[in-house]
Design a binder for this molecule. Structure first.
Ligand code: SAM
Length: 222
């Protein structure tokens, strides 16, 4: 961690930091000081792309979570430098944040950019985008909210497409049922740049949280 990152953590964590302790459901309007839409970004790394997106869309609140402390300091520094008031930084496991600290239908969007690819077969179970994760995420997303994933690891992209397509709570925004081109609002990320340098192909996936449809009740006399 650089001295600047450590300094930012010390100065800005009390104002913009959120400890994931699993102990309470967060009031997002209170956290951001407004009732605007909230997008959760899981695994922001060093946060450069997060800060750029926050600056480009000041009406959207970004709750950015990672376990990587230097990155948290870096993102706080960027938010301070650029005068961003719509970013909050959470420290800890995104699963606990989703499960224990966010209310149902709390989120207007979810971004998962370049999650750890875990290329070895025996580590595939550690990948974030799995049916159980999607079921949890779906409960926290408002109907119509977009789950946006990107990866430079093609086998993981195929897995994402497969589990998202099969999941009843999500539908592909692409009529052709495939990957999406990188939307203009998503800047290149640091991890993505490293992948592109190695010749990796990047795939984006944009899926919509479908409305909850109560299962049909059989007629009373059947
Ligand atoms: C490969 S990096 C990508 C970082 C960034 N999105 C980028 O594209 O440059 C994945 C990030 O996800 C974070 N991460 C992995 N599992 C996580 C979890 N359960 N909760 C929060 N962050 C997580 C890691 O610490 C790491 O910073």
């Amino acid at each position: 961690m650089t001295a600047g990152q450590a300094d930012a953590l010390q100065r800005l964590w009390p104002k913009w930091g959120l400890d994931i302790d699993g102990g309470r459901v967060i009031d997002l309007a209170e956290l951001f000081g407004n009732t605007g839409p909230v997008v959760l970004e899981i695994g922001f790394g060093m946060g450069e792309a997060t800060a750029q997106m926050a600056a480009a869309d000041p009406g959207t609140n970004i709750l950015a979570v990672d376990v990587h402390t230097p990155g948290q300091g870096n993102l706080l520094n960027l938010a301070d430098r650029d005068g961003l008031t719509n970013v909050r930084v959470a420290n800890g496991d995104a699963i606990i944040l989703l499960r224990e600290m966010l209310a149902p239908d709390a989120l207007d969007g979810l971004r998962v950019y370049f999650p750890d690819p875990w290329p070895k077969k025996r580590h595939h179970k550690r990948r974030l985008i799995q049916p159980e994760f999607l079921s949890l995420a779906a409960t926290r997303l408002k109907p119509g909210a977009i789950l946006h994933c990107a990866t430079d690891w093609e086998p993981y992209a195929e897995q994402m497409l497969e589990v998202l397509t099969a999941h009843p709570d999500f539908e592909n925004t692409r009529a052709d049922g495939g990957f999406a081109p990188r939307p203009e609002f998503r800047p290149l990320t640091r991890f993505e740049g490293q992948g592109l340098d190695k010749g990796h192909v990047v795939n984006d996936l944009l899926f919509r949280r479908v409305p909850h449809v109560p299962s049909a009740q059989p007629p009373a006399d059947v």
